[in-house]
Design a protein around this ligand. Structure first.
Ligand code: NAD
Length: 256
């Protein structure tokens, strides 16, 4: 087991990619704190971990709210005494034409997708410093590297995540805390269901990756375990794209 007895907070751990990461870290021996707004799904994830002889708790959390994140940290410490790993996975997305994208949409995108990870990092770093080590994994996107239509706030937030990761990594020099970003491509989760199942384009969009299909939440888990483990100690301030090659080569059928 690569993460035996490590304590991991997974934000947005109740659904989609976060759910698979919670289950995957637990299989590697981590004690998991599922930090999510969604009580029902998160409680099911906790039950599944416990059923498989793992250890996990749910803490109702809004990552964009400082008081809620403070509560998350104190609940985690009360139960597990320390925090080794923070997976900043919680995210939301509005897809709207620019003329309909108003300040509240912008504020939503920035507060959950960028300010949320910042608040969680600020809250968790003192705990990691107490134990002299830590792994922080932020969540970017293919939208961290390119403009995407009708997603002005989302693209801005996900681009900002790369800057947050690099700036934090350097500020934490000498503390034995690594900060990296995972950038998923098209992953079939509740977040993207409507696109993955689109009768006209869904299958074709999957084929535009080099691998030739939509990704699954399980495609992200290996990298999350790796970046949480000692095997990745020399990776810092960096990012891993998990997009089936979509960014490397935008392809059209017949060209491969
Ligand atoms: N699915 C994709 O194709 C894709 C692509 C690129 C990046 N991402 C990123 O991966 C991450 C996970 O995406 P997903 O597809 O699994 O999403 P999802 O919608 O399936 O799940 C997100 C989870 O986050 C929780 N959440 C939302 N707002 C929250 C908040 N304020 N506080 C705490 N929890 C909150 C939700 O309740 C949900 O359980 C996100 O950061 C997303 O931007 C996803």
């Amino acid at each position: 087991m690569k993460l035996k007895n490590k304590v991991a907070i997974v934000t947005g751990g109740g659904k989609g990619i976060g759910e698979e990461i919670s289950l995957g870290l637990a299989k590697e021996g981590a004690k998991v704190v599922v930090a999510d707004l969604d009580k029902e799904n998160s409680s099911n994830v906790v039950k599944e971990i416990v059923k498989n002889n793992g250890d996990a708790i749910y803490v109702e959390t809004d990552v964009s709210n400082e008081a809620s994140v403070k509560n998350l940290i104190s609940e985690t410490i009360n139960r597990f005494d320390q925090i080794d790993i923070l997976i900043n996975n919680a995210g939301i997305r509005h897809v709207k034409k620019l003329e309909n994208h108003d300040l509240s949409d912008w504020d939503d995108m920035i507060s959950v997708n960028l300010t949320g990870p910042y608040i969680c990092c600020q809250a968790v770093i003192p705990e990691m410093k107490k134990i002299g080590k830590g792994k922080i994994i932020n969540f970017g996107s293919i939208a961290s590297f390119m403009g995407r239509p009708d997603r002005v706030g989302y693209v801005a937030a996900k681009s900002g995540i790369l800057g947050l990761t690099r700036a934090l990594a350097i500020d934490l020099k000498g503390s034995n805390i690594n900060v990296n970003t995972i950038c998923p491509g098209l992953i079939s989760t509740p977040f993207n269901k409507k696109y993955a199942e689109d009768p006209t384009h869904g299958e074709q969009w999957g084929k535009e990756t080099i691998v030739g299909r939509w990704g699954l939440p399980s495609d992200i888990v290996g990298a999350a375990i790796f970046l949480s483990s000692n095997e990745s100690d020399f990776i810092n301030g960096s990012e891993i794209k998990i997009d089936g090659g979509w960014l490397a080569a935008k392809t059209r059928e017949g060209e491969l």
